[in-house]
Design a protein around this ligand. Structure first.
Ligand SMILES: *Cc1c(COP(=O)(O)O)cnc(C)c1O
Length: 346
């Protein structure tokens, strides 16, 4: 095949901002050192882009969810700095961990037995302090297999760190007593939001994800977090729409006057969901251009009437400041990031 022509859709990525966010979260973690959650392809931004930046900033602990995510991270950092949160669900997972040198997070007595039966070795341990997702219940910490593990790091995870909930202190107290059973292990509790809850939540290693990538799960973090990605899409057609005609599927938008409309190559297949229909915004030549009508699979329409210098081929920057985008669209900041599709030229 010949060389592909340049794409009309791209994700502008600010590596400096990502590095600065990691350093800020590391500072805010006090005496703890910040790791990084890089699951889901680095929250949708691409492991090949985010992991080298985080490594160069000083990050030495990486978290993925699936075993299938480990290899892409291991291309950039030492295998034993990568922990797999879902743990070994099969003997094949155990064999893969032992051969690759990536570290399993053990989530149940059953996973502990499976890990030990396959030969065991250094591992991490998730203790469930109230979320009832993954993790060994405190009452099961006396299980013989769990007690036999070579636990290098013991962690728990908060359900409500992004809210002022009584559950945070309750989970902290349970974590403190569970962690005390592992005097030699490194301790970890805080995700991005919990870093802002105070020093007792920091322990030895924090595990930010969202805030590294520009998300703001708690207002206290807002001054420390910079935007990392901006979707950009080219105008593939500029058209004059006469007053009274409609734009897009289901004719939800009717031109109140003669308009100049830019059709842009970004749609819900790229993760720009229909929640943005008639609500989204982009910047074109420094001016705000609203999304009009429904978001299509591959296209949106922008009202470019006020932008005299708009031309086909111009790039529009889609407004995607995560807290604001979340408030406007009703989608969580996590969904806004991880939903950005593979079609973006990176
Ligand atoms: C995803 C995840 C994190 C990161 O959480 P953020 O809210 O994105 O900072 C930390 N710990 C565990 C166990 C996770 O699953």
């Amino acid at each position: 095949m010949p060389t592909e022509p340049a794409p009309t859709l791209r994700l502008a990525f600010d590596g400096e901002a990502l590095a600065a966010n990691w350093r800020a979260l590391d500072q805010l973690s006090g005496q703890a050192i910040a790791g990084a959650a890089v699951k889901a392809d680095g929250y949708g931004l691409g492991v090949e882009r985010v992991v080298p930046v985080l490594r160069n900033a000083g990050c030495r602990a990486f978290y993925v969810a699936h075993w299938s995510e480990a290899a892409a991270v291991a291309a950039h950092v030492a295998a034993d700095s990568i922990a797999v949160l879902h743990g070994p669900s099969s003997d094949a997972d155990v064999a893969y961990a032992r051969e690759s040198g990536t570290v399993p997070v053990i989530n149940s007595p059953e996973q502990a037995r499976r890990w030990l039966a396959g030969g065991g070795g250094p591992c991490q341990l998730m203790v469930d302090t109230g979320m009832n997702r993954l993790g060994v219940r405190p009452g099961d910490l006396c299980d013989e297999a769990v007690g036999t593990l070579d636990v290098r790091l013991v962690m728990s995870h908060l359900a409500c760190a992004d809210e002022d909930s009584a559950m945070n202190a309750a989970q902290l107290a349970r974590a403190q007593s569970a962690f005390a059973r592992f005097p030699a292990a490194v301790k970890s509790l805080a995700n991005s939001a919990a870093i802002a809850l105070g020093a007792e939540y920091h322990f030895d290693v924090t595990r930010p994800g969202l805030a590294l990538y520009g998300g703001v799960p708690r207002a206290e973090l807002a001054p420390h977090v910079a935007t990392v990605v901006r979707p950009e899409a080219a105008i593939i057609q500029l058209r004059e729409v006469p007053s009274g005609e409609s734009v897009g599927y289901n004719a939800t938008f009717t031109a109140p006057r003669d308009m100049r409309v830019g059709i842009v190559s970004l749609g819900y297949a790229d993760g720009y969901l229909r929640a943005w229909s008639d609500r989204g915004m982009a910047m074109l030549h420094g001016q705000r251009v609203p999304v009009i009508g429904r978001v299509s699979m591959d296209m949106i329409a922008l009202d470019c009437t006020a932008v005299a210098q708009a031309r086909e081929g111009d790039w529009a920057t889609i407004a995607y400041d995560l807290p604001e985008a979340s408030a406007i669209s009703g989608l969580s900041q996590y969904e806004l990031l991880t939903g950005l599709g593979q079609r973006f030229g990176r």
